[in-house]
Design a protein around this ligand. Structure first.
Ligand code: F6R
Length: 610
């Protein structure tokens, strides 16, 4: 949420900043801006996308080798030119960009206003820059002013700052919102994630909460904000390639990522199938696996799509391993005074590893004595680093705001965990062998399902103009119905709801008439006959049925306006296949409606504010 980039080195800053912002735009696209230091501070900023800023900089270039850039997801103040970052002090000597929320900004603003300070914008960020200036006037030392101001701030932030008072330094800090420092050759590129850094260098230092850095062209110092003590930071190697964060010939990142799913789930499985012992190997859980096996209760916390993966996880782990599982929205878990004991194990699922609600819930669980585990995609992200153990989902960078390959990779990891635990508890080796065979065959089935995308595209045309959709499924595929509805509403703005199919008659059935498309996920599993009855109930009320069914099932054809066939697999793996046509359907409907699929309105990838 909000993209931050900064540069100090020998090259012109503005093109590096702009390029970085293009890679970070998925984090927010309400407005964009840069500030560059030459002999003075020049700020260019504009409401709208980074392309608008690009045009501004082409017509009126800025010169300088130290600078910062920002792409905004609005929290405080509308997305206007004025509220765009960077924000400056009253006489344009300090410029600051910020990702996060300064919770005590109103109190700080009141105090600063009483001291005679004035403000130009409605943002919480401007309060911070004005506060830094006040401290600078007192101390005459920019690093000290920066640190003292941050000590007064309550809230989450990732921050970068430049100033004419100290023109050969770049100042950055982190508390709750990610910040990475890329180490180049006599240059540094800072950013809220490595996608803006990787084309310049792979050597990266990740700041931890409560840390700041003062960066010059050929050195940097990292220290604690509270007491100014220096901290030694490990330099890490970024593992992904530039190609992975580019569109590679696809019209949208979302479509590219949908088609990357065979490889993504292969990567999630790679090296983890133990054919000899008919079980699964999860290196990241090695030290905690016995505790996991003996756990009285697992609690999964997550948000959005990752929460839906967690729901499948509940069915999987309870169904295969017989361990009780609860799944909860991280944002609710955190604030409802949950009862957690030392016997509980809390598992956070997150693509980004930075979702603030999930992170905060995790800390809450840890404070209450639970062991914490992570299922995370982004390596070295905050959640990955703050859990006791975990499993990476290895989906590769996911740039499209609508999560696709991260979801199926999370499902794969959860399935592997469930099999591992089940084999330790109650599953026979021969059952294990059958499952490993099914897992091995899955990527090809995913590939095959995606190869039939033209049919989904064709079907989508009939639904581009409808105002509502209903998605229904049961058992393992109830969370898939939720996920299908979420995908459609977030990128096409069509109102959609997901429900357990049988629950429909307790309310949503009132919505059904000849205009209501109802997507049924109807594989031939233990609840298939029940789902067919639910389809009949919709047909009896003239609803328009779209069915996701297993190949060869001709019985369903007369019951549905459209049938999308998918290959059969074991029931507990079927969500990985059944969600694919739903992702494609939402994509094609959104494209037909002329929506910006990769940058849906009001959304941003990686929600780092509460
Ligand atoms: C939906 C979507 C969001 C995320 C949610 C959690 O397509 O992407 O609902 O799933 O914001 O994000 P992570 O998994 O990064 O914690």
């Amino acid at each position: 949420m909000c993209g931050i980039v900064g540069y100090i080195g020998e090259r012109e800053a503005s093109s590096i900043l702009l390029n970085g912002l293009k890679h970070l735009e998925y984090r927010g696209y309400d407005s964009a801006g840069v500030a560059v230091i030459n002999s003075e501070l020049t700020v260019k900023k504009k409401a709208g996308k980074v392309s608008g800023l690009d045009i501004l900089l082409q017509t009126d270039p800025v010169i300088g080798k130290v600078g910062i850039g920002h792409t905004r997801w609005a929290t405080h103040g509308a997305p206007t030119d004025l509220n765009a970052h960077p924000h400056t002090d009253s006489d344009n000597n300090i410029a600051l960009i910020h990702n996060g929320i300064i919770e005590n900004y109103a109190a700080l603003k009141k105090k600063l206003a009483a001291d005679g300070c004035s403000f130009k914008s409605e943002t919480d960020t401007e309060v911070l820059v004005v506060l830094i200036r006040a401290f600078y006037d007192e101390f005459g030392n920019m690093a000290k002013a920066f640190r003292y101001a941050l000590k007064q701030v309550v809230g989450a932030y990732g921050i970068a700052m430049v100033s004419t008072f100290d023109p050969d330094r770049l100042f950055v800090a982190r508390n709750g919102s990610p910040l990475a420092i890329g180490i180049g050759d006599r240059e540094f590129i800072v950013a809220s994630d490595a996608s803006a850094i990787v084309q310049h260098t792979r050597q990266v230092v990740y700041l931890d909460d409560g840390e700041m850095a003062v960066i010059e062209r050929d050195r940097y110092v990292t220290k604690r904000i509270d007491d100014d003590t220096p901290v030694d930071k490990e330099v890490e190697e970024v593992v992904f390639d530039l190609a992975e964060i580019e569109k590679g010939g696809y019209n949208h990142f979302m479509l590219k990522e949908i088609f990357e799913q065979p490889e993504a789930i292969r990567n999630a499985m790679r090296g983890r199938l133990d054919l000899e012992a008919s079980t699964v190997r999860l290196g990241g859980l090695m030290n905690v696996i016995d505790r996991l096996r003996d756990a009285k209760r697992l609690i999964i916390i997550a948000c959005g799509t990752s929460f839906h993966a967690g729901l499948v996880g509940e069915y999987l782990i309870e169904g295969l391993a017989g361990i009780p599982v609860e799944v909860e929205y991280a944002s609710e878990f955190r604030y409802r005074d949950p009862i957690i004991t030392k016997e509980d194990i809390v598992i956070a699922i997150s693509q980004s590893g930075e979702t603030i609600d999930t992170l905060a819930a995790l800390r809450e669980a840890r404070n209450r004595g639970a062991m914490t585990l992570g299922i995370v995609n982004v390596v070295s992200s905050s959640i990955a680093r703050q859990t006791d153990a975990g499993v990476y989902s290895h989906a590769g960078p996911e740039i499209g705001v609508a999560s696709t390959k991260a979801f199926t990779s999370q499902l794969m990891v959860l399935a592997l965990m469930a099999v591992k635990l089940a084999r330790m508890k109650r599953m026979s080796a021969s059952e294990g062998r059958t499952i490993l065979k099914a897992l091995h065959e899955l990527p090809e089935k995913v590939e095959y399902t995606l190869s039939r995308h033209e049919q989904v595209k064709e079907i989508s045309r009939a639904y581009a103009e409808v105002p509502n959709f209903l998605y229904l499924g049961r058992g393992y595929n109830y969370p898939v119905a939720l996920e299908g509805a979420l995908k459609l509403k977030e990128i096409s703005y069509i109102h959609a709801e997901g429900y357990p199919a049988a629950e429909m008659k307790h309310g949503p059935i009132a919505l059904i008439d000849k205009n209501m498309p109802v997507v049924f996920i109807a594989p031939q599993d233990a609840v298939y006959d029940k789902v067919i009855s639910n389809i009949e109930e919709v047909r009896a009320r003239n609803g328009r049925v779209i069915a996701i069914a297993n190949e060869g099932n001709r019985q369903i054809e007369p019951l549905a306006e459209h049938v999308i066939y998918v290959p059969e697999t074991l029931p507990f793996l079927s969500p990985i296949i059944n969600v694919l046509p739903l992702q494609l359907l939402s994509y094609y409907v959104a494209v037909d409606r002329g929506c910006n699929v990769d940058q849906p309105r009001n959304l941003a990838k990686s929600v780092t504010v509460e």
